[in-house]
Design a protein around this ligand. Sequence first.
Ligand code: ZN
Length: 195
Amino acid sequence: MDAAAQFKRILSDRAWVRSVVAGSLLATGCGFLPAPAMTVGVTCQHGDLTLQLEQGYPGTGADGLATADDCQRALDALDGYRAEYEARFGVQALGNRPVRLRTATDLTMTTDALNKYASLNDCYLSGSPPGQCSIISGNTYADSIDLARNNLLSFPHELNHVRRGLGHSGWCIDYNPWSISVLGWDQSGYLGCSK
Ligand SMILES: [Zn+2]
């Protein structure tokens, strides 16, 4: 299966690739603070991409939890997104940043006391009072990329933070048009792009 066909299959695989509820502000961020602690349930790896499913992550196991096959399936989807992203924007090294798929549907539920909100950069930079940030579906830390439950679709946005760093300056010029054409996801509202 070539990359394009694989990617189309991934997009149609709604069990793993799901956008957040329409209307909710999908906030992601970049930053270089360390990630909060997480207990790993299942791990799988391909090249320099390591995927860690948080303990308790749901899946197809008899106990209702994610299995090694579930991990591999999600990893395949992430590989597909990464291939599409890197075909346009270049290779991003991920050896020092495992992807952590969290059980929480909102990463504001995953911060520890030390990192609370300050580590969720877009939330922090927006000046939102603690507890009043929008749903955070992805965040890039110094030592991981965290994705909220079922939000693999946020992976390319986080890869762009790996490439570009903090904030979204300039993203309207290249990233958002790519997101619209390849992902079918218009982030112009969130990114503040003029129509
Ligand atoms: Zn962002």
